[in-house]
Design a binder for this molecule. Sequence first.
Ligand code: PSV
Ligand code: MN
Ligand code: MN
Length: 420
Amino acid sequence: KYKIQQHNDDLLKAHERRLSYITSEIENAEAIIQKVVDFQIAIPSWALGTGGTRFGRFSGGGEPRTLEEKIEDVGLLHSLNQSSGAISLHIPWDIPQDAKAIKALAAQHGLKFDAVNSNTFQDQPDQALTYKFGSLQNVNKAIRKQAIEHNIEVIKQGIELGSESLTVWLSDGSCFPGQLNFRKAYQNTLESLQEIYAALPENWKLFLEYKAFEPNFYSTTVADWGQSYSYVQKLGNKAYTLVDLGHHLPNANIEQIVALLLMEGKLGGFHFNDSKYGDDDLTAGSIKPYQLFLIFNELVEGMDARGMNHATDLGWMIDASHNVKDPLEDLLQSVEGIMMSYAQALSVDRKALEEAQNNNDVVRAQEILQNAFRTDVRALVAEARLRAGGALNPLELYRSQKVRENLIAERGLKTVATGL
Ligand code: PSV
Ligand code: MN
Ligand code: MN
């Protein structure tokens, strides 16, 4: 549909030149290509439109107005890169009225449903009780019950769609000292989570996402990985911690957090994005690419040590927001950034690194990692896309095919995607 064949033919010669160079440089190039082919990153339904900030929102035009159109947009990304074969829904921003039809539409685009996300951080128009002072932690039992029931409803909707995990992110916390009894807030949250956990099907996972601050600015009830770990540990073996890269205090060593959670068997998955200041939700790999590489370095090492399947054993999702860029272009960039970090991590000489570590050869160890990070693996990632039936340069094809212009013609210039 997007003239992928012709595009690839045009770029093939230059691509092959680059590919032959990199495959002569990297010993396991063929294995890397295969692993990249298998790797899929779920696209969040809420990142297909312009998010904006609390100060304003500048609509980009042609944004999806319905769940069907969101699925079409992810299908479009997937047809270009063959790496975005899943969509993550946020309920009730997304309301799958007719689950069967929605599932069939997704299947037409080769898409699966990744984790479903619940929302107890906003009040909905038809909602009886307010979440102003928290949801699962609330001092009011009826409010906790309402939030629990919402989560159970989200699980039910997810089952209909073939989803197999629930992501819970809680904005619960407090804005001023004294507002909250921390112990009671913890206890209420735990008991509420236990009720939600009890409603999970056998093959499902529950991901508990942590976040240091915002919207609460004094305390957050699930604020860091240790707190999330403490809950999921108590909940049981279907509960895991979810790492959103933007949810840490400045300078946190995220790669070490990832290594430890993985070692404890409690790492569930990711929300990839990048940030300079806080929960900036920027394009993955755009600000701190070395950090993203170091995270993948721990993932590859730790998953291999545990005999895990890279493609299927963790939840790989993007969580992003766009203010000035075309959301679809931004998502293509994010997926590319993630794939590059993954490919670079796969190229690390593990044996040599272990040797250097055992000899306390700091310089050598550092050189090994930096060498992998400084290697241009773009041709390997492009080759993976080519083999999977995608475009050698998805962004270039997206632009030359005037995809956004066509979407604007079809959907209009002033569109408001549902979501934040
Ligand atoms: C919260 O900041 C968060 O990262 C959670 O994953 C939410 O579900 C999402 O953003 C909402 O945009
Ligand atoms: Mn997130
Ligand atoms: Mn966030």
